[in-house]
Design a protein around this ligand. Structure first.
Ligand code: FNR
Length: 390
């Protein structure tokens, strides 16, 4: 059992209040987003906050949470609690990871390095995006002994894929996450209306641009001819030719667990298992890809049922609070990924902001489950009537 509950962050805030201190950032996620809108430049803020089309999928992600509710139980003694778990060999203090988010230098100059430091300090796994603004190796160094996974945007050139995966393995990333839903960018009005796409300026390209196999195909280094490098990068990461039967390329080049991200249909979850994959992430990329798509949480129970415990099922898209995370876990997710909220924390206060947001989510997750009558994940998983569907 963990001796200090994750909810101790709340007590810390109240006790500091006795000395006149207030948290530097809000704990309410809507207030956090509002502050980010106020303080950040419109381009970067829009890139993070925006979604595909009219935003219906983003709204559906949130609305899906309103369709499911916890049913708290009483007098069960949840004083001593332990939310620690191990997913695909990675131990974590609670079933929470930081979702892969690209181009974090548009939020803060330290970008992914700040996220890596905060995550490592809390023991929370970070999933590093291929679209990062720092290299795999730099982020690994900032992460130190912290748990880290690598998210691949799957290049169409197998030599580049092999090289990226070899680098990730050498730099201590233990699980490979392959994002399937973004083989090309969705239609994003906030970015279009500002003509804002950082990649075209060589921002968010640190990983491919530092890659020997990628550079081998260039007449001049990206430092000397940026547009030529961008011109090689864009089509290489626009993978229309990738299909289920190509997953063996990944398996041949990665000897650890592989997780497919962006699964939204039970048949695709089953196909992932049949293809020998080790896990899936139910996600619609935070509503950034397909507008008018189903809310991610709506799809979770049928996918959990189809998977039937054969591989871990992770979840993201729409998680804003610890209570949201608790609901996703009660619906059968093995772990939850936090996205936009930690990115706003980064934009507003660097590593301190990430730490504040993640600690807030962990604290509320702990309190929500404890007050609902649970002291560990095993009990939550055994409970068949933990949630009520409206
Ligand atoms: C993302 N996401 C994402 N996913 C991924 O696999 N690789 C990436 O590089 C990115 N980049 C990215 C940038 C920004 C600004 C956002 C907001 C999201 C998707 C991310 O991993 C996750 O699926 C969503 O953030 C979940 O939605 P919410 O909960 O943040 O709304």
């Amino acid at each position: 059992m963990t001796s200090i509950p994750l909810s101790a962050y709340g007590a810390e805030i109240y006790f500091r209040g006795l000395a006149g201190e207030r948290p530097a950032l809000p704990t309410d996620p809507a207030e956090l987003e509002a502050l980010a809108r106020e303080r950040l430049e419109p381009g970067p803020f829009g890139y993070v906050a925006g979604g595909a089309g009219g935003g219906a999928t983003m709204r559906a992600n949130r609305a899906a949470f309103d369709e499911v509710a916890l049913v708290p139980r009483m007098l069960r003694d949840t004083t001593a609690r332990d939310w620690s778990t191990t997913v695909l060999g990675t131990a974590m203090p609670a079933p929470l990871l930081l979702a892969p988010v690209g181009v974090l230098s548009i939020m803060h100059t330290d970008g992914e390095l700040a996220v890596a430091r905060a995550a490592a300090e809390l023991g929370v796994p970070m999933v590093l995006s291929t679209a990062a603004s720092h290299t795999l190796e730099e982020v690994a160094q900032a992460s130190g002994d912290g748990p880290r996974w690598y998210q691949l945007y799957w290049p169409t050139d197998d030599a580049v894929t092999a090289s990226l995966l070899a680098r990730a393995r050498a730099a201590g990333y233990s699980v490979l996450v392959v994002t399937l839903d973004t083989w090309t960018l969705g239609w994003r009005p906030l970015d279009l209306d500002q003509a804002y796409l950082p990649f075209l300026r060589g921002v968010g390209t640190a990983i491919p641009f530092s890659d020997p196999a990628f550079r081998a195909g260039l007449a001049a280094a990206p430092e000397d001819d940026l547009m030529a490098a961008v011109g090689r990068w864009v089509p290489m990461f626009t993978g229309t030719a990738l299909r289920w039967d190509r997953l063996d390329v990944l398996r041949r080049n990665w000897d650890g667990p592989i997780v497919l991200k962006g699964i939204q249909h039970p048949d695709d979850a089953v196909a992932a298992i049949e293809a020998g994959m080790d896990g899936i992430i139910v996600s619609n990329h935070g509503g950034r890809q397909v507008d008018r798509a189903v809310g991610a949480l709506t799809t979770l129970p049928s996918i959990v049922a189809a998977v039937a415990g054969r591989v871990p099922v992770l979840f993201d898209s729409g998680v804003r609070t610890g209570a949201d995370a608790a609901v996703a876990l009660a619906c059968g997710a093995d772990a939850v990924l936090l996205g936009r909220p930690y990115v706003y924390g980064l934009g507003l206060a660097g590593a301190d902001g990430v730490r504040h947001v993640v600690r807030s989510v962990l604290a509320e997750l702990d309190l929500t489950l404890a007050l609902s009558g649970y002291a560990d994940l095993a009990t939550l998983r055994e409970t068949t009537d933990a949630v009520h569907r409206r």
